[in-house]
Design a protein around this ligand. Structure first.
Ligand code: BEZ
Length: 400
């Protein structure tokens, strides 16, 4: 046996110390390792699968999966593996839920979510970890405003956009005095802000802003208050199960033919079956509509109906386009999701051939898109006109 002399020991100690030092440094800076090129791309859905927005979450996932299926189950040459968390539309649980996907499941991309308050928690986690985030619905203005980032993308809208479009429509119709009514959280408040900006710039006045906590659906007292104010019209933001209840309550209160009711299109999208006659004739503004006569939309609707035995809605379109946007990036980097700078660059400059009509992203990564005026006719939100063409969110506070 060779004797271990101090001279022989020194280099060995140095080597061991170096390894430990490297391991320590790695432990401090290690980020969750994205899937190795050649393995599957890991997609983490953080969506509501329970509560008032449950149907919206399912439609987004359906749309996303359908696009991937149409590509033979691969994006950028790699198969997709899905992970899922039910965010319950609960902002308090958002950081923990997002962290599960990013740290535990080590996903390459988070696709989420619907609720603006929950979105704030996801954006924070995505920014801290430089994880790619695609927002398939939540409109929270901050995500493509002061909190914008190279890794944050949205395929839906900012809360400001549909509200702004309706403000313009009603001002152009010569309405003067409007009351607003929403849930009291970012989606409702920012939607009203957009509405007010356009409406008041053209001479209208929002005379009262009413609200109730999310997801409360005890609308009666507020409906009575709106009636007592005798406005020219009311503008509302409600969506999902709450929108169904509100439209029915409004009609039941006998106000349907007395005070014109307008809203961003979430009021009547994916809800018409349940709203029935109470929704007939309602006008809303949104970046999707029934009756768009483009080939992409026709095929999308046929495939969706065949696959899910359901009619698609705006949420399904946004999910479908989230997958299209990811595909644009994954193809550009040939499936190597570690090439983040190239990935983000390709996604930022993508032109998405959407069922809503083709769109591009702003510098802040929010869709620049047409907003349609729609009118409920039977079970459809039929397109009446383009209310605002190529509307871009002002992206206030975004530095990119
Ligand atoms: C939101 O919270 O941002 C939202 C939820 C449902 C529909 C539209 C927006």
């Amino acid at each position: 046996m060779r004797r271990i002399t101090p001279r022989r020991l020194a280099p060995a100690c140095l080597a061991v110390a170096t390894v430990f030092a490297m391991a320590g440094a790695f432990a401090q800076t290690a980020q969750p390792a994205p899937a190795a090129p050649g393995g599957k791309i890991k997609v983490g859905f953080m969506l509501p699968y329970t509560g008032t927005y449950a149907a919206l979450g399912t439609a987004i996932e359906n749309g996303f999966r359908m696009y991937v299926q149409q590509q033979g189950g691969k994006l950028g040459g790699r198969e997709i593996e899905y992970f899922k968390v039910d965010d319950e539309s609960d902002p308090a649980k958002a950081p923990e839920n997002a962290t599960k996907l990013v740290k535990r499941d080590q996903v390459d991309v988070v696709v989420g979510t619907v609720h603006s308050g929950v979105q704030m928690g996801i954006v924070k986690v995505a920014k801290e970890n430089n994880t790619l985030l695609i927002i398939p619905n939540a409109g929270v203005d901050e995500a493509t405003g002061p909190l914008c980032g190279p890794n944050i993308f949205r395929t839906s809208f900012s809360n400001w956009q549909p509200g702004y479009a309706m403000g313009q429509v009603l001002a152009e119709r010569g309405l003067k005095k409007v009351v607003t009514l929403t849930w009291k959280y970012a989606a409702g408040e920012q939607s009203v802000k957009g509405f007010k900006e356009a409406f008041e710039a053209k001479g209208g006045k929002v005379v009262k802003e009413l609200s109730l906590p999310f997801p409360n659906v005890e609308f009666q007292a507020l409906i009575t208050e709106v009636a007592s104010l005798k406005p020219d019209a009311v503008f509302v933001f409600f969506a999902g199960g709450g929108a169904v209840k509100f439209v029915k309550d409004w009609a039941a209160a006998g106000l349907k033919d007395k005070i014109p009711l307008y809203g961003s299109g979430f009021l009547t999208d994916g809800t018409l079956e349940a709203q029935g006659n109470a929704a007939q004739g309602l006008e809303t503004t949104l970046h999707y509509a029934d009756g768009l006569s483009n080939a992409r939309d026709k095929n999308f609707r046929l495939d969706y109906a065949k696959t899910f035995k359901l009619q698609p809605d705006v949420y399904a379109v946004q999910g479908y386009d989230a997958a299209q946007l990811l595909a644009a990036g994954a193809t550009a980097v040939k499936g190597d999701m570690t090439r983040k700078a190239d990935l983000y660059k390709a996604m930022g400059s993508a032109k998405i051939d959407s069922p809503r009509g083709a769109f591009t992203l702003s510098k802040a990564h929010n869709p620049v898109q047409d907003f349609y005026l729609r009118k409920v006719d039977g079970r459809e939100n039929k397109v009446s006109s383009v209310a605002v063409k190529a509307l871009a969110d002002p992206a206030r506070g975004c530095r990119l």
